[in-house]
Design a protein around this ligand. Structure first.
Ligand code: SAH
Ligand code: SF4
Length: 337
């Protein structure tokens, strides 16, 4: 059964109608659940009774770890069925970004990723995605810090493999009656789920999209990302071009650099060739260590040489993603239960 945390504003209005409660109460209830700005006592007696029969998700905190520099905090959260996920709070100068999970585990099996090694245990519901953000905002409020402004869907799971709960959750999070986040500040990272990218392009809200590419030929990419067989590079880049023309947003290309596998000058030349003419921004991620993958990040020198080739030949911006929380297993690809 859906909880109050799962419902977009429209779905809440519909549910109230079905249950014989005036949908005019939707705004107060939605704000109570998603903003914490309304107390239950402010609602009429009938509405209080209806609300008390509903559930609002509050995950249990099982564990918390903070990186040595204090900027990254990772939380293990447990849901009602006992399943657990990790969610990460990253502090930057004057703001916080939330790295949110979309699934318990992941079905995509990328060889360098600890979450992939778990397999898919289950999808998260919209409410479970939203609840991670509310939870982090409560933590920030206790420390008298400003609420989350940026979200990256880069935690556990492949967000576009869980499309409806993901987009319902993001609709709740961007609703001005809720946390009111800007869609431009929500980044969805995908392994390259082409049908999901195409559906995303059709939405009213235009989210920021990041593609995990990591290989410039189907053979090389397929060795790291098995799902490339289903959605090869040409189809994937075609979907990215269409995303830009339909939404007006440039696409981000993530490239996890693995020493000896995809970090040579030759790889950089080939990446530049396939990206030339596209409206993209490349993000290089030096590989983070995970238990089952025997790979290493390249040296800083190699990373910079790679960056310069791609930047100069593709004529697109290229940046190196700041590595955060690696010491506590909170970095990209390190989340695992
Ligand atoms: N499933 C989505 C989002 C979660 S992973 C996706 O794959 O895009 C977030 C990012 O971390 C992806 O770009 C992924 O390729 C990258 N990643 C996975 N394992 C990594 C590792 N060990 N080191 C560095 N980046 C990694
Ligand atoms: Fe899943 Fe992303 Fe990890 Fe691949 S990198 S296994 S898609 S979470």
């Amino acid at each position: 059964m859906k909880t109050l945390s799962d419902l977009t504003f429209t779905q809440l209005q519909e549910k109230l109608g079905e249950d014989g409660v005036s949908p005019a109460n939707a705004s107060l209830i939605f704000r109570m659940v998603n903003q914490g700005s309304v107390e239950i006592a402010e609602l009429g007696k009938n509405i209080q009774r209806w609300v008390s029969e509903q559930e609002v998700l509050k995950p249990e905190v099982v564990r918390e770890v903070a990186s040595a520099d204090g900027y990254t905090r990772k939380f293990v959260l447990r849901f009602t069925d006992g399943r657990e996920i990790e969610t990460v709070l990253m502090g930057y100068e004057g703001r916080h970004t939330a790295c949110i999970s979309s699934q318990v585990g992941c079905a995509m099996g990328c060889v360098f990723c600890a979450t992939g090694k778990m397999g898919l245990l289950r999808h998260l519901t919209a409410g479970e995605i939203v609840a991670q953000v509310h939870f982090l905002n409560e933590i920030l409020a206790k420390d008298e810090k400003a609420p989350i402004r940026n979200i990256v869907m880069m935690g556990m799971g492949e967000p576009l493999h869980n499309f409806v709960p993901l987009t319902d959750a993001l609709e709740i999070l961007t609703d001005p009656r809720g946390p009111g986040l800007s869609p431009a500040r929500i980044s969805i990272s995908t392994v390259g789920h082409v049908p999901g990218i195409r559906k995303l392009a059709k939405l009213e809200q235009n989210y920021s999209l990041s593609i995990s590419l990591h290989g410039a030929s189907d053979e090389e990419r397929g060795a790291l990302i098995p799902i490339n067989r289903r959605w090869p590079i040409s189809e994937l880049l075609g979907a990215c071009r269409d995303y830009t023309s339909e939404t007006g947003r440039k696409v981000f290309i993530a490239w996890t650099l693995i020493e000896g596998a995809n970090d040579s000058d030759d790889h950089a030349h080939r990446l530049a060739k396939i990206l030339k003419g596209m409206e993209v921004h490349v993000n290089l991620i030096p590989l983070n260590p995970t238990e089952d993958f025997d790979g290493r990040p390249p040296s800083e020198e190699r990373t910079l040489a790679f960056l310069e080739i791609v930047r100069d030949e593709a004529e697109v911006p290229v940046t190196i993603r700041q590595r955060r929380g690696i010491d506590v297993g909170a970095g990209c690809g390190q989340l695992v239960i």
